[in-house]
Design a protein around this ligand. Structure first.
Ligand SMILES: *Cc1c(COP(=O)(O)O)cnc(C)c1O
Length: 227
């Protein structure tokens, strides 16, 4: 399949997952993760309709951001070192990997300097795998509370990565738990607004994530490929 066909094929699988779970297709945004592909392929992905682009490293993402930042919405999806924040601020309207207070504090500081607001997801390590970043489900509520002074961070949702499973069905409890955590955050009224978004689901498991309530899915290899 070429790029355009792959994009169409993913779209039909997203639609089918929506149908199975009685969801409206409009509730779900697809982030094309371009970290494995060339600048040219990333440009073509936008040309073929991808509205959201995800990258996980700076400065690797720099060229893509400068070329695509005005034509698409950039998402920073990877682990973020505080010292890199000054480079990415204002270029990525969404950051999916808020996992410690020192990082949030630095984003707030740079956001004030650049006079921007940043849409943020708290990354939660639901599966508890040691190799994964994110706060533990137990820490989530205290952590969320600690973010409320940062007025330039719009905390819009939670993000998680499920373990890679041959049997995709095994990822379902991870996604289900992230949704429950979001609902509990809202019940506790930690923020004075409702948190809506769930950034979950990758190439291997996005259909399960959609069935469990994902609002942003992050697709690399299956959507734009690996070069
Ligand atoms: C690379 C990456 C993805 C996309 O991975 P695929 O399995 O290729 O779809 C999604 N989310 C994060 C955080 C990533 O680093």
């Amino acid at each position: 399949m070429d790029l355009q066909e792959r994009i169409q094929h993913i779209e039909s699988r997203v639609q089918a997952a929506c149908n199975r779970s009685n969801r409206n297709r409009k509730e779900i945004e697809i982030i094309a993760v371009t970290k494995y592909v060339s600048l040219e392929t990333a440009v073509n992905a936008v040309k073929f309709g991808c509205k959201h682009i995800g990258e996980n490293r700076w400065p690797d993402a720099e060229k893509k951001v400068s070329l695509l930042g005005s034509k698409s919405t950039m998402h920073f999806i990877g682990h973020l070192q505080s010292k890199k924040v000054k480079h990415i601020i204002g270029k990525f309207p969404y950051i999916h990997s808020i996992d410690r207070n020192s990082l949030a504090k630095e984003i707030e500081k740079q956001a004030i300097i650049h006079d921007v607001n940043v849409n943020c997801f708290i990354q939660v390590n639901v599966s508890g795998e040691e190799s994964k970043y994110g706060v533990s489900p137990d820490e989530l509520f205290t952590f969320a509370e600690s973010l409320t002074p940062y007025k330039h961070l719009n905390i819009i949702g939670l993000m998680t990565m499920a373990p890679f499973e041959q049997d995709k069905e095994k990822t379902r409890p991870v996604f289900r738990e992230l949704k429950q955590l979001r609902d509990r955050l809202n019940e506790k009224q930690i923020f004075n607004y409702k948190i809506r978004h769930l950034s979950m689901g990758m190439s291997n498991d996005f259909e399960i994530a959609i069935e469990e309530g994902a609002t942003f899915i992050r697709l690399g290899s299956q959507l734009v490929g690996k070069e």
